[in-house]
Structure formats: structure tokens, C-alpha cells
Design a protein around this ligand. Structure first.
Ligand code: ZN
Length: 87
């Protein structure tokens, strides 16, 4: 499956990976549900199930408080792959 079509297919990638708990420190898991401006992706785009979407949003909010991911991204500083910064 090509990378460009990753939001076309409807499946919960956390269910597929049998993820029981999403850690706010685990940015590799959170980034599937973050847009390039660190916003939480809506469920209709990611295909997450409700259970995991709630876990993800909870984890992302915690990660923001712990400064793992920024709250806002400057419009001028939007770059192609923001996850290079937080690795
Ligand atoms: Zn799920």
C-alpha cells in the first residue's frame, strides 16, 4: 500500500498492533494521530476506533503538558517532517 493512501483505508492501527495502552512518552505511537502541525487528527481521517482515539487524545494532551510536543506551531516554521525534531 502506497504511503499517500494511508488515510483512505479504514482500520485502527492501534488495534492492528494490539496496543492496549498508549504511553504519552511514546511519540512513535502518537505521531500516527498527529497532523504536521501537531494537532490531533480526527478519527474520520485516521480510522482509529473510539477506544484508541480517546487513549490517543489523552496521551497527546499529556505529552503537550510534559513538553514532548508543542501546543502550537508557528506558521512560518511548518516543515515537511516535524517528527525529525522530536526524535
Ligand atoms: Zn483501536
Amino acid at each position: 500500500m502506497a504511503e499517500k493512501r494511508k488515510f483512505k483505508k479504514r482500520f485502527c492501527r492501534y488495534c492492528q498492533g494490539k496496543v492496549e495502552f498508549i504511553d504519552y512518552k511514546d511519540l512513535n505511537q502518537l505521531k500516527f494521530s498527529l497532523s504536521e502541525r501537531y494537532k490531533i487528527m480526527p478519527r474520520r481521517l485516521t480510522g482509529n476506533c473510539k477506544k484508541h482515539q480517546e487513549m490517543v487524545s489523552e496521551a497527546i494532551k499529556r505529552a503537550r503538558q510534559a513538553a514532548f510536543i508543542p501546543y502550537i506551531v508557528d506558521r512560518k516554521r511548518v516543515i515537511a517532517n516535524p517528527f525529525e525534531l522530536i526524535k
